[in-house]
Structure formats: structure tokens, C-alpha cells
Design a protein around this ligand. Structure first.
Ligand SMILES: Nc1ncnc2c1ncn2[C@@H]1O[C@H](COP(=O)(O)OP(=O)(O)OP(=O)(O)O)[C@@H](O)[C@H]1O
Length: 215
């Protein structure tokens, strides 16, 4: 316990002199903090602050810690946040396996070793044998699985999820949600999930913060 996980310490973000959000919150390893609120309230902005890619038009203060290390002192590439967006962003000019291998930290040397890790990650998300496929040939659910495998392969310290299930139809949505939540728990990653869907928040089972609404 103690310093493990993610800690948002008096994080406050303003735009044009108006405070969008202000919060202090701990997210334990394997726990999901669900962020809800109306469109434009600042949900994606909070993820950008945590991930280190906040647009300079925003005025932000407060610190973000991961396992006691201050992330806000580091550039985005050193924060090791795994991120999933609404659209699974796979490089179209690379095979699925190469997309995954690309995310593996440079400390794993050798093409064969990297592709073997990518294959194992694909197996882990139900995409056995799909390493050689062109991403364009994958279904929506398969793309979401591949994006999840790629995020996990990057050895993240935390997961930032920006409505990653919202474009999937109801049945698929439940399947992918369960898979993402199970993988996050298994990897003991703290997760920040932005969603409009109460069912996502219920499935996540963790604390919920509502921003942009009367407090
Ligand atoms: N680069 C930018 N420059 C100026 N304003 C911006 C910029 N990016 C976002 N905003 C504004 O900041 C506010 C918060 O945006 P944000 O994308 O965080 O909202 P959100 O809660 O994620 O919304 P949605 O649910 O629609 O995705 C919005 O009013 C948006 O228009």
C-alpha cells in the first residue's frame, strides 16, 4: 500500500481563467478511477495532464505521482502511460505483429525476440496467429484487442483509457471492457477511465469522480 499506484495531488486545470477541474485522488494498483462528466468538461484534458501531453493553452497545477515518483516532473515519453483512445490507432503500413513489436521497450533486443513477445501478447488478447495481418483487415473488436495488447507491451506504469469502448456495439463493448479490466487487474496497473457510460463505471467497480457538475 502506501505510495503504490497513482496519486493525483491537488490537480487543478483551468482554461481562460475558468477552473475546469480540481481533484485529489489515489488510484491503487489494479484499481480503476472512473471520470465522468458532460462533454467539454475536461475529462480528456485530465488524461493529457497525467500523460504529459497537455496543450499549453491550459493552466495546470498539482502533481501526479506513480509509485511515489513524480510523473509531472518528466516528459511524456518517460511517464510510461499506456493509452487507449476511442479509435484504436494502429500504424496502417505495418503488420499487426510489427505494430505490437514497435511498442516494446528498446531494452528487448532482436527482431525475433520482439516478435515472439508480440505473438504472446496477441495470444493473451484472443488474437492468436494474427501477427502477419494488415491492421485494416481486422474487425473493430480485433483492432481494440490489438491496441490493448500494444499498450500492455509498452511496460506501462498506468493505463489511461479515453472512452475506448464507445464505438463498439453493445455485446462487443461488454467483451472488450471485461478484457481490458481483467488485464489491468492482472498487471496491477492503476487505471483512469473516461466514459459517459454508467455501465462502464459499474464494471470498473472503483471510485468515480464527476467533473463539470455541481459539486
Ligand atoms: N487545444 C485546445 N485549445 C483550446 N481549448 C481546448 C483545447 N483542447 C480542448 N479544449 C477545450 O477544453 C475543454 C475540455 O475539453 P476535453 O476534451 O477535455 O473535454 P471532455 O470532457 O473530454 O469532452 P468529451 O466528452 O466531449 O470528449 C473543452 O471546452 C474544449 O473545447
Amino acid at each position: 500500500m502506501g505510495k503504490e499506484g497513482l496519486f493525483l495531488d491537488q490537480v487543478s486545470i483551468a482554461l481562460d481563467g475558468h477552473v475546469l477541474l480540481a481533484l485529489t485522488q489515489r488510484v491503487a494498483p489494479g484499481e480503476v478511477l472512473t471520470v465522468m462528466g458532460p462533454s467539454g468538461s475536461g475529462k480528456s484534458t485530465l488524461l493529457a495532464y497525467i500523460g504529459g501531453f497537455l496543450d499549453p493553452v491550459f493552466k495546470a497545477s498539482g502533481k501526479v505521482f506513480s509509485d511515489g515518483f513524480e510523473l509531472t516532473a518528466l516528459p511524456a515519453e518517460d511517464r510510461h502511460a499506456g493509452i487507449l483512445f476511442q479509435d484504436p490507432l494502429l500504424f496502417p503500413h505495418m503488420s499487426v505483429g510489427a505494430n505490437l513489436a514497435f511498442a516494446i521497450p528498446a531494452s528487448t533486443k532482436g527482431r525475433a525476440a520482439r516478435l515472439a513477445l508480440a505473438d504472446a501478447a496477441l495470444d493473451g488478447v484472443g488474437l492468436h496467429g494474427m501477427s502477419g495481418r494488415d491492421p485494416a483487415t481486422l474487425s473493430g473488436g480485433q483492432k481494440a484487442r490489438a491496441a490493448l495488447a500494444r499498450a500492455l507491451l509498452s511496460s506501462p506504469r498506468l493505463l489511461l483509457l479515453d472512452e475506448p469502448f464507445s464505438k463498439l456495439d453493445a455485446e462487443l463493448r461488454g467483451q472488450i471492457r471485461n478484457l481490458v479490466l481483467a488485464k489491468a487487474r492482472e498487471s496491477r496497473l492503476p487505471v483512469v477511465l473516461v466514459t459517459h457510460d454508467q455501465a462502464d463505471a459499474d464494471a470498473a467497480g472503483g471510485p468515480i469522480v464527476r467533473i463539470g457538475e455541481a459539486q
